[in-house]
Design a protein around this ligand. Structure first.
Ligand code: ZN
Length: 143
């Protein structure tokens, strides 16, 4: 277990563009405001949805499409750095017309219908990702 303290920085609220890719648009907002690390929350609706499940044995993500359109009931995650670029890591809960929910790790290919994003900047040491041998995941370095 490793932990590090961060101070709260700026809060940015954004309306993400219709037709944009969810992960790319969140990264663009973080970049536009020079945020190196942040907590993120969002709600909205998606035109198409792609999620993933990480296989803890094979160490591979299995991506799957979700029947869309869907409500983006909740998106939780963070912004950090990986290989010098902004890395958005987010998990979503999605609901169809009957309210039944599915969830998972957000993959590329989630096309925004409408989305309201809140970024809470974290101010402190750089929050960088590096490959972790045990899990096979890009986890936070030094924690
Ligand atoms: Zn994940």
């Amino acid at each position: 277990m490793g932990a590090r303290e961060y101070a709260r920085g700026r809060r940015v609220v954004a309306r993400l563009p219709h037709g944009g890719d969810l992960l790319e648009e969140i990264a663009a907002v973080a970049d536009a405001h020079g945020m190196q690390a942040a907590e993120l929350r969002a709600i909205g609706a998606l035109q198409t949805a792609r999620l993933a499940f990480y296989d803890q044995t094979s160490h591979e993500y299995g991506e799957f499409s979700v029947a869309a359109p869907v409500e983006l009931v909740g998106l939780l995650g963070n912004v950090s750095r990986r290989d010098g670029a902004t890395a958005v890591h987010a998990h979503a809960t999605l609901a169809g017309h009957d309210g039944a929910c599915v969830g998972g790790h957000v993959a590329p290919g989630c096309v925004i219908f409408a989305c309201e994003l809140l970024l809470q900047e974290l101010v402190g040491e750089p929050l960088e990702r590096e490959f972790d041998e045990v899990t096979g995941l890009p986890l936070w370095r030094g924690l």
